[in-house]
Write a protein that binds this ligand. Structure first.
Ligand SMILES: Nc1ncnc2c1ncn2[C@@H]1O[C@H](COP(=O)(O)OP(=O)(O)O)[C@@H](O)[C@H]1O
Ligand SMILES: N[C@@H](CCOP(=O)(O)O)C(=O)O
Length: 289
């Protein structure tokens, strides 16, 4: 049986709003079983996640090939829903790959990115889910381009709140316009962040992660724990702390040797949620026969 495996993602990394993201070592897997009369996707993600053709994975596949032959699918996911760790982008990428496998479409990574970005609207979570590692990407409503590179040795200390926050709700709070001053400050920080990552300079990249004025400023009211974690993480020796994707998850990037000590310190914060100590996933979408 063929299994499709897609990593979680963490988009934005502070100033890289809608253009920078990383893949993380938490996975969605979808195994393609036998054909049947109607679509069935078996999973343990609760009643809110459809088990028929209304499931996002199958809907995505059917958007590519409307008469795709129904199958039984088995889905397992370590990616929490609506937490800013790319659950919807992983489902979209899995759906595109499902159509690719069943329909013999022979899609390239570039083709998959073009389809995914049209469905998701921005490339910073779908691109790392396809390519893995650290990804910079751009989309002008016509074409998306993305480039992937290795991320410096680091651990992503990840706080996942108990409460969900839908990406649509977290985007609705953003303004139509930002000032030129804020745009220059933020885009220049994003440029330095990219250069620092390419040079393997986690300390500088981390400092740049805290220089966003495109989205975190406006989302603060939805995620009051961001500042709390950032302050404590800074004191404990983290390189940088940012809102993962549209939130509410918050990630502190730390040197591997200090990860356990910093995590112990962060876990003292009285917050409703749990912590994970994650690695950046060097590979994106994979298919195992
Ligand atoms: N594996 C999945 N199967 C079906 N639907 C999914 C899956 N993962 C995510 N979704 C859908 O995507 C929604 C979350 O998307 P979104 O608000 O963009 O949050 P996230 O930051 O997790 O991507 C879920 O409420 C669900 O409707
Ligand atoms: N740039 C987007 C990223 C959304 O990522 P998600 O993982 O939360 O879906 C945004 O900040 O809205």
């Amino acid at each position: 049986m063929t299994t499709i495996r897609v990593p979680a993602t963490s988009a934005n990394l502070g100033p890289g709003f809608d253009s920078i993201g990383i893949a993380l070592e938490l996975y969605l897997t979808v195994t393609i079983a036998e054909t049947r009369a109607d679509w069935l996707i078996e999973h343990e993600m609760g009643a809110d996640v459809p088990s028929d053709e209304h499931n996002l994975i199958i809907k995505t596949a059917l958007a590519l090939i409307p008469d795709l032959e129904p199958h039984r699918l088995i889905m397992r996911s370590e990616i929490p829903l609506a937490r800013g760790l790319g659950s919807s982008s992983s489902a979209i990428i899995a759906g595109i790959e499902l159509a690719n496998q069943l329909g013999d479409l022979d899609l390239t990574q570039y083709d998959k990115l073009q389809i995914a970005v049209k469905l998701e609207g921005h490339p910073d979570n779908v691109a790392p889910a396809i390519y893995g590692g650290f990804v910079t990407a751009t989309y002008d409503d016509v074409e998306a381009d993305a480039i992937s590179a290795p991320f410096p040795a680091a651990r992503a200390l990840t706080f996942i709140p108990d409460a969900e926050l839908l990406t649509s709700a977290s985007r609705a709070i953003l303004p139509e316009k930002v000032s030129l001053r804020a745009a220059v400050a933020t885009s220049s920080a994003a440029n330095v962040l990219v250069a620092a990552v390419l040079r393997g300079d986690l300390e500088l990249a981390g400092r740049m992660m805290e220089r966003d004025q495109f989205h975190e400023t406006y989302r603060e009211t939805l995620v009051p724990h961001l500042e709390q974690i950032r302050d404590r993480a800074r004191d404990a020796g983290a390189c940088g702390t940012y809102l993962s994707g549209a939130g509410p998850t918050v990630i502190s990037m730390v040197p591997p040797a200090e990860a356990e000590e910093i995590l112990d310190e962060l876990q003292q914060l009285p917050l409703a949620g749990h912590w994970l100590n994650l690695a950046v996933a060097p590979a994106g979408l994979m298919v195992e026969a």
